[in-house]
Design a protein around this ligand. Structure first.
Ligand code: AMP
Length: 381
């Protein structure tokens, strides 16, 4: 009996555990809180990721470790890797945890990125603004997610406000200034690399964010195949360079027919949730197969799919459950503003059928704005 240990007990760990059940796997989840939602399906070790006693107990009860959360301290991952196999590797995790290291690697690999500069002081912020120009985005190098730890500068005169907001974090988590990209679309490549180096990617996904948080994803993204091929090539270069094992997402901005890399998520990703029903093998299934050294599953799509995120509170499931291609995912979390509490995936055989299903859902749940950009894209032809 193989037990997979997951650091972080949120919805990603929960969906990994659900996906691993048919493989006969057992799971052990480590989280700082005992009510983490993966704990409804798997036993837990509750403790701080830096607590060596808790980590030692976790390590003693598992065969392999992985993550649902990329901000697990890299030293804890390193400590664990001396005791059990850890995938993705602590080195890949450490690179993806630091926006500066990540963007530097993208650049080294010939993957285009928005202009960026490290910022360690107020003077360096002014120098970075002079070099990059405005608009720009000041971000924490570490620990930011879902648009948190970011400040948008419309003009150079916003430097004072940006420094007031994030300056205190310059010494703790570091800061980076990036050019603001007036993108046409946001895309992501969700891909998997096996222990033997085999690489597979799911069809490219288009994503829409609201206030920095993913709101909807559409797959396959309706883009030129040459652009998709470029995106896969970037993802493959990254995975190879990091000797990556497992699923990851590369988030990209598309502007004027070109691509700029935003960030690498070293884990299963929200923009890949549609793969549960929309693909031959889901991202969760393939992540487990990769970390266990099993053959990877096929990543081809079945039809066309849209994922809608539920943020804050779960809506009424009725309208989605009534759809032939409707699939409901309630993460079993309590409601809280800004919190990802669930999602729905609508899967249909054609784009027009998906657009119709989405307009029914948008009307029934009174969320026209959430479905509108997806419907517009589907109707572009
Ligand atoms: P991140 O945490 O870097 O993924 O940022 C969250 C979201 O903020 C992205 O998905 C974009 O919608 C937006 N964003 C982040 N960085 C930039 C940028 N340099 N230019 C334009 N939008 C950005």
């Amino acid at each position: 009996m193989t037990t997979v240990g997951i650091l972080g007990g949120g919805q990603l760990a929960r969906m990994l555990a659900l996906s691993g059940a048919p493989l006969g796997l057992r799971f052990l989840v480590m989280d700082v809180t005992g009510d983490a939602c993966a704990g409804q399906f798997a036993p837990m070790v509750v403790g701080d990721y830096r607590d060596e006693a808790a980590l030692a107990e976790f390590a003693s009860r598992i065969d392999v470790a992985t993550f649902d959360f990329e901000n697990v301290p890299a030293e804890s991952a390193q400590w664990l890797s001396a005791r059990v196999p850890v995938f993705p590797s602590p080195r890949a995790l450490a690179t993806a945890q630091d926006r500066l290291a990540e963007k530097t690697l993208f650049r080294e690999l010939g993957i285009p990125v928005p202009a960026f500069a490290a910022v360690a002081s107020r003077a360096e912020l002014d120098a970075a603004i002079a070099g990059i120009g405005a608009p720009a985005v000041l971000k924490t190098r570490r620990l930011g997610y879902d648009g948190k730890g970011q400040f948008r500068l419309k003009a150079a005169s916003d430097a004072d406000a940006a420094w007031a907001a994030l300056g205190p974090q310059a010494e703790t988590v570091g800061l980076i200034l990036e050019a603001f990209v007036p993108f046409d679309r946001e895309l992501s490549v969700v891909a998997v690399r096996g222990r033997d180096g085999e690489f597979r990617a799911w069809p490219l996904t288009e994503n829409w964010h609201v206030d920095g948080v993913l709101s909807a994803s559409l797959a396959p993204a309706r883009v030129d195949p040459a652009l998709a091929a470029t995106a896969y090539d970037y993802a493959r270069r990254l995975a190879t360079a990091l000797d990556y094992v497992g699923v990851f997402a590369l988030e990209l901005f598309c502007k004027g027919g070109g691509l700029l890399a935003n960030e690498l998520a070293p884990r299963v990703h929200n923009s890949g949730h549609w793969t549960i029903e929309g693909s031959e093998s889901s991202q969760f299934q393939n992540h487990l197969r990769a970390v266990l050294g099993l053959p990877l599953g096929d990543t081809r799509m079945v039809g066309t799919a849209c994922m809608l995120n539920w943020i804050g509170a779960m809506p009424d499931p009725d309208a989605v459950l009534r759809e032939a291609g409707g699939h409901w995912h309630d993460y079993g979390k309590s409601s809280r503003a800004g919190r990802k509490v669930g999602h729905a995936t609508l899967r249909e055989d054609s784009a027009p059928a998906l657009a119709e299903a989405l307009s029914r859902i948008g009307a029934a749940l009174d969320r026209p704005a959430q479905v509108a950009p997806v419907i517009a894209r589907l109707r572009e032809g």
